[in-house]
Ligand binder design. Structure first.
Ligand SMILES: NC(=O)c1ccc[n+]([C@@H]2O[C@H](COP(=O)([O-])OP(=O)(O)OC[C@H]3O[C@@H](n4cnc5c(N)ncnc54)[C@H](OP(=O)(O)O)[C@@H]3O)[C@@H](O)[C@H]2O)c1
Length: 284
């Protein structure tokens, strides 16, 4: 059996894809720029590859079956890398975003949108069977957004506290990816995946406080303050992208789908379950 290639194998979703593929009995090849730091299970064949250095992809793609693709590299590297990947992959499962869902959270202009669209167009026209995963907000964003503040003290400062989202557990995204990588019947599918529950930012932070058994003071900050204070979570364009999406989504219930359950037969994991399983990250 040829291995399934996981690009982005050391990331939030890719790491789960790797472990669930192993559990399902598939041989796995994991691509990373730095094999020494990969910390992946011993059964995994780890290969060095860089999406911005296209010639490194050939050895990664050699004799592979399906490819799981996460793209966080620069837009300028898309065309040469995708040309190689689409020529060689026998099936492609791409981690995209809900680009076509008519909910304001997902429809604000942003810098990454045209890059996602370029990747999708290249994959769609390549001739290889493909599946696009379109998850909404990751539950794991809490590690970047709130864990540092919660580890440091009892105050969480955040904008748009009343905006609801339906955070999805990365294990659920991976579970759908693994089915699309291993099973027939997912070609041409675009799966919009969300968590099971609409929760405001304030409710999500309160859930973390509750699981920790701590009293946290949640303070709303203005978008202007957020632009200055949230540079710890990313560069200004990324912060602006989030602020624009949240501003537009204010007053709209979160978009929730049942696609995860339709595909897997299991209920989507709640945000409380995600927090409980990741609680150590919020402890000092
Ligand atoms: N966060 C959200 O709420 C959300 C919602 C919807 C969609 N998304 C999408 O999900 C994707 C991110 O997924 P994630 O959070 O699982 O990723 P992540 O944790 O940020 O990890 C990024 C992965 O990409 C790999 N990578 C980065 N640059 C690379 C390069 N030049 N060559 C090869 N590999 C490279 C890294 O591997 P090495 O460092 O080991 O090389 C790492 O495994 C993005 O496309 C994002 O737009 C996110």
């Amino acid at each position: 059996m040829n291995p399934i290639l996981v690009i982005g194998a050391t990331g939030t979703v890719g790491r789960q894809v790797v472990s669930q593929l192993i559990a399902a009995g598939s041989p796995v090849r994991a691509m990373t720029r730095n094999p020494d730091a990969a910390k992946l299970p011993p059964q995994v064949q780890i290969v060095r590859g860089d999406l911005t250095v296209p010639e490194t992809l050939d050895a990664c793609l050699d004799n592979t079956d399906a490819v799981f693709l996460v793209w966080t590299a620069l837009p300028s590297a898309v065309a040469p890398a995708l040309q190689r990947i689409t020529q060689r992959a026998r099936r492609i499962v791409y981690l995209s975003a809900p680009l076509k869902t008519p909910h304001p959270l997902f429809q604000q202009p942003n810098l990454l949108r045209s890059m996602f669209e370029q990747i999708e167009r290249t994959v769609e026209t390549s001739g290889a069977p493909w599946t696009f995963l379109r998850p909404g907000m990751f539950a794991a964003n809490a590690l970047l957004w709130w864990a540092p503040q919660i580890r440091a003290g009892n105050i969480v400062r955040w904008p748009y506290l009343a905006v609801p989202t339906a955070p999805i557990d990365e294990r659920d995204i991976a579970a759908v990816a693994v089915r699309a990588l291993r099973e027939e019947g997912h070609a041409g599918a675009e799966y919009v995946l969300t968590g099971p529950q609409s929760l405001t930012h304030s409710e999500q932070i309160s859930t973390i406080a509750n699981v920790l058994g701590r009293d946290l003071r949640i303070e709303e900050i203005t978008p202007g303050e957020a632009r200055r204070e949230l540079l710890t979570i990313g560069p200004l364009p990324a912060v602006n992208m989030l602020l624009d999406a949240w501003s537009a989504a204010l007053g709209h219930p979160a978009h929730i789908t049942s696609i995860f359950t339709e595909i897997t037969g299991a209920p989507a994991k709640s945000f409380r379950t995600w927090v409980t399983d990741n609680v150590a990250a919020f402890r000092a």
